[in-house]
Each structure stands twice: as C-alpha cells, then as structure tokens.
Design a protein around this ligand. Structure first.
Ligand SMILES: Cc1cc2nc3c(=O)[nH]c(=O)nc-3n(C[C@H](O)[C@H](O)[C@H](O)COP(=O)(O)OP(=O)(O)OC[C@H]3O[C@@H](n4cnc5c(N)ncnc54)[C@H](O)[C@@H]3O)c2cc1C
Length: 415
C-alpha cells in the first residue's frame, strides 16, 4: 500500500501541501470542515459588498479533481490519536495515517470575553462576512426609519476594533460605502454623515508594518473619513456600543478585528503550545517525538526562526510545500530540509487608489501600492474564473464606486 498522507484543513497550507504531492507515489486524503478553499485576503470585500462568495472561494473537490492521488473528505477533525496514528472525525469516523499534516489555521480570539462575539462579529469565514455585510447595510436601512436623533446617530456609527490589516481594510471600505456607494439613495438620512471609528489599543495602525507606513496608512484612512483612535483599550462591548475605560461610544454596528488564536485542534495533539495556542514545531515542521506529524501555517509556532515568520498566506504556502517535500524525502530515505521563510513583502489596502506595501527595503503608499495590491491579489486568487469575476467587479467598482454584492438575504431584522 502506498504511504497514506492525511492533510487536515485545506486553507493555504493544506492546499499547497496537497498540490505538492500531486503525481507522487502516495495516497492523499484532504479533510476540511467546509467544502471550499477560502481566499481570506479578499474576505473583507465580501463583508463590504464588493465581491460575492464564489469570487473568493472555490470547492475543494473541484480544485483537486484532476489530482488522481487525492481524496477529499468533508468533515471536522475532532481528535488526533498520535499513539494509534488516527484522526477521529466528528461523528466518530476514523482515518488512519502514515503521515499527518495539520493545517487547521486560526480562530477568532476575544481574549476571554466571548460574550462580546454576539455584538461584535469577527471576520474569518464566509458566514462571518455575510453577517457583517448584513449588519452594515441594514444599519443604514434602520437609520432611514429611525425618528430619534440619538438612535439614528448610533445606527450610523460603525466601529472597527483592531487596526491590523483586516481592521484597516474594513474601516476604509465602510467609509467608502457611506461616502460614495450609498450616496443619493436615501431620503431621510444622508449616509455621508455616518461615522466610522477605528479603535486601536496600540500607538499606531498596522503595527507589523514599518512606522512610516503606519503613519501614511493613518493619513489615508483619515482622508477617507475614518476617525482613528489610537491607544484606546476596549473594556466592554454590548448591544448599544463600546466601552473604553470611562469613555462610551454608542454604536449599533461593531466589528472585532483585534485578535486571533490558533485552531483548538493544536491542543488535541498533547504537545507544548505557545501563548497563542500554536504548536511548537521543529525545523522540519514536525512535532517533537513524532516525525510523522507536521504542523503548518497559522497553527505552527517556529520560535527558532529569525526573523519571526508572519501569520500570512505566503508563509502557510511555503510551509505546505516544505512539509510535502519532507514526506517525499522520507520515501527515498533522504534528509529532511529545514524551513526557511522567503520574505515576499506585505500589502494592505485602505480604499480607492490607496494602500501601503513593503517589499524588502522599498516602502510604497497611495496609488502604486494599491496597483501592486490589486495585481498581486488577482495573480494569487485560486481559479481562472474567480480572477475574471473579480477583475470585472473591480473594474465596475473603480469607475462607478458601486458595490455589486449588496443583496441581503434576510427579511426585516428587528426594526
Ligand atoms: C480576514 C483575513 C484577511 C487576511 N488577509 C491576508 C492578506 O491580505 N495577506 C496574507 O498573506 N494573509 C492574510 N490573512 C492571513 C492568511 O489568510 C492566513 O495566514 C492563512 O490563511 C493561513 O493558512 P492556513 O492554511 O494555516 O489556515 P487557513 O487558510 O485558515 O485554513 C484552515 C482550514 O482548516 C479548516 N479547518 C479548521 N478547523 C478544522 C477542523 N477541525 N477539521 C477540518 N478542517 C478544519 C478550515 O475550514 C480552513 O479551510 C488574512 C486572514 C484573515 C482572516
């Protein structure tokens, strides 16, 4: 029997590992709890009504249809029994493995305040994106009917907590929806009066970027009409707004973009984890004492790597490829290779013609960074059809400021 490689999770890490095993003399089983591979870097565009779900996601089964040695299982891995080399799925089914790649990514983190999640959704899945999109668009609808000025102001206040790349992208897009997309469509309210507030506990936006680009990003956000509050720690979130120490901001729409934690499956491996719950792996990405199990992507912690490896799609893809290569090396009794992250830069978009980019020592902002962001995302999107769909939607949006995905599949929500 050929070696059986089981891959848990078909995000960037899992998919690139599976693809790197195409044509190899191994059996590959890919398990994911969704039926699609999701291009998370463009998820905020679904949440802000620019793109629809099929533009940023593709069925895993379809992506791997041409890979004869790969089988796709739709299911959630509930447990890993490293002693018996078996994965236990939800419902109790078991899959035995010779080699296991765990690539189940990250989950949202409210730092122990899980009750906040009901009032401030995070952005991680397509369901999250639809929820945020509904809340934003329906807040304007409710404001149009609200007679009380205070109530209207709260409905027209949108708060994004956390000024990393996702928070910056969401805040910029909310401001564009208010200033441009909805302009002229309402009779009782003027959407341009909406307030978008980006709240960050640290002292700058995009804290992982060089300080000059953080500053340029802040200025671009403010030009778009976003109010940026730095050095403010959120101490409470409820249905009526956000508490920051003794300050209160009345807001009906709040989005949490302030933290992620590792997938809980890491803890199921019974090995040491770092403070974020990520699994500490060796240089070949395997578990200490278990060379047959590798952990990659957002779930892996590589404290021995300098500089630190970012929690990004390129890092997950590179780990996926190396994990596959090391499995193939095992088959020919070759030496395993150590992981070395190849820096490909960082990009964050803020709005129309505005973005920031780091490419080695080159720091870009404004239109050149935005163009680079656009080309990179089209290039890296999975699937030719998706690229065409996204290009058409973006071209339309660029000239008209319109957003094509504004249909909310929900009847009146507690108005
Ligand atoms: C909103 C957002 C925007 C981002 N923007 C960027 C960006 O612009 N650039 C960039 O480089 N990175 C970006 N990232 C980060 C990037 O997406 C991640 O670093 C990358 O996806 C990590 O890849 P992964 O394979 O480890 O996990 P993921 O891509 O998250 O994949 C994990 C997979 O595992 C599956 N899964 C989880 N648990 C289970 C289970 N128990 N059983 C079965 N399947 C399971 C999930 O369904 C998913 O398909 C962004 C992330 C988010 C959330």
């Amino acid at each position: 029997m050929p070696t059986h490689v089981v891959i848990l999770g078909c995000g960037f890490g899992g998919l690139f590992a599976a693809r790197a095993l195409a044509g190899a003399p191994v059996r590959v089983t890919v398990v994911d709890r969704t039926n699609h591979h999701l291009f998370q870097p463009l998820l905020y565009q679904v949440a802000t009504a620019s793109l629809s779900a099929p533009a940023v996601a593709a069925p895993i089964r379809h992506i791997l249809a041409g890979q004869g040695n790969a089988t796709v299982i739709y299911g959630e891995a509930a447990r890993i029994d490293t002693a018996r080399r078996a994965v236990v799925l939800d419902g109790g089914d078991e899959i035995a493995y010779d080699r296991l790649i765990v690539a189940t990514g990250a989950a949202n983190n409210y730092f122990g305040n899980d009750a906040w999640a009901a009032h401030a959704p995070s952005l991680k899945t397509l369901e999250d994106a639809y929820e945020i999109r509904s809340r934003v668009l329906l807040a304007f609808e409710q404001a149009e009917r609200e007679a009380d000025a205070g109530g209207r102001a709260a409905l027209l206040t949108f708060v994004v907590i956390g000024a990393g790349a996702t928070g910056v992208e969401l805040a910029g897009a909310f401001a564009e929806i208010a200033r441009h997309t909805l302009h002229g469509e309402f009779r009782r309210i003027d959407p341009r009066n909406a307030r978008v507030v980006l709240v960050e506990g640290g002292e700058r936006v995009l804290p992982t970027y060089p300080p000059d680009l953080s500053e340029r990003a802040r200025r671009q956000l403010e030009r778009l009409g976003v109010t940026v509050w730095l050095g403010r720690r959120v101490t409470g979130i409820d249905a009526e707004g956000v508490q920051m120490g003794s300050d209160r901001l009345a807001a009906k729409t709040v989005v949490w973009a302030a933290g992620i934690a590792a997938s809980p499956l890491g803890a199921a491996l019974g090995v040491p984890l770092d403070a974020s719950g990520r699994v500490l792996v060796g240089e070949d990405l395997s578990l200490p004492g278990h060379p047959e199990v590798m952990v990659i992507g957002d779930l892996a912690a590589l404290p021995w790597h300098s500089p630190p490896v970012p929690g990004t799609a390129p890092a997950a893809k590179q780990m996926g490829r190396l994990a596959a290569l090391n499995i193939l090396n095992d088959l020919i009794e070759g030496e395993r290779k150590a992981f070395k992250y190849k820096d490909v830069g960082m990009l964050a978009t803020i709005g129309h013609n505005s973005a920031v980019a780091v490419l080695g020592r080159l720091h870009l902002s404004g239109y050149p960074a935005w163009l680079l962001w656009l080309l990179a995302h089209i290039f890296f999107l999975i699937g030719f059809r998706n690229r065409i769909m996204v290009l058409i939607d973006w071209a339309w949006a660029y000239w008209t400021f319109q957003r094509n995905a504004r249909i909310v599949l929900q009847s009146r929500r507690g108005i």
